[in-house]
Design a protein around this ligand. Structure first.
Ligand SMILES: CC(C)(COP(=O)(O)OP(=O)(O)OC[C@H]1O[C@@H](n2cnc3c(N)ncnc32)[C@H](O)[C@@H]1OP(=O)(O)O)[C@@H](O)C(=O)NCCC(=O)NCCS
Length: 146
């Protein structure tokens, strides 16, 4: 991901989440040096992932695939790519938060071996109040190359 991708990334974000990140958050992620990847197609950006790393831990902060292209293995490939990036830089553990209701993402994470290690009550905005986050962790040593 680079600055010229940001308009498409932010548009995809708005189309994908009820409570999207704003454009500034993506530019801040680039500015501070987070590992930000895009999936490029001839039609433009079709997905992206944002990963922070530090103190031996990686955090998957965002992972999103354009709706029309979902369920073709692109999310799995992109998630693997960012996790391999972290593992190959000596990071031991990856963490992420996910809405309790986000069953597709939870299945994806569990298929990698991510395990739920906690929850954050009321972490997310929701239309009817707040929603809990489930916190998942994966030991990157257990990550298959795929
Ligand atoms: C979660 C997301 C990134 C998955 O991307 P994707 O490209 O569709 O995922 P893949 O095709 O690689 O699917 C990999 C696995 O994830 C799980 N999965 C993905 N979509 C699913 C669905 N709709 N229902 C159940 N399981 C699903 C399955 O285990 C799937 O493996 P399978 O197809 O062999 O059964 C995508 O649905 C998305 O962008 N959602 C909106 C943004 C979001 O919620 N991001 C996660 C924030 S924590």
């Amino acid at each position: 991901m680079a600055a010229p991708d940001l308009a498409q990334v932010a548009a995809l974000e708005r189309a994908s989440y009820a409570f999207p990140w704003n454009d500034q958050i993506f530019s801040d992620c680039l500015r501070v040096g987070y590992h930000c990847m895009v999936v490029e197609t001839p039609a433009g950006v079709a997905g992206y992932a944002v990963l922070s790393m530090g103190a031996g831990e990686a955090h998957v902060l965002n992972l999103c695939i354009e709706q029309a292209l979902r369920r073709h293995g692109i999310g799995r490939d992109l998630l693997r790519a960012v996790l391999v990036h972290a593992r190959d830089r000596g990071i031991r553990d990856a963490f992420l938060e996910v809405r309790r209701s986000n069953t597709s993402a939870i299945s994806l994470y569990q298929s990698f071996g991510f395990e739920c290690v906690g929850q954050r009550r009321g972490y997310y905005q929701a239309h009817d109040g707040r929603e809990d986050a489930m916190v998942f962790r994966l030991e990157l040593g257990a990550l298959a190359d795929g």
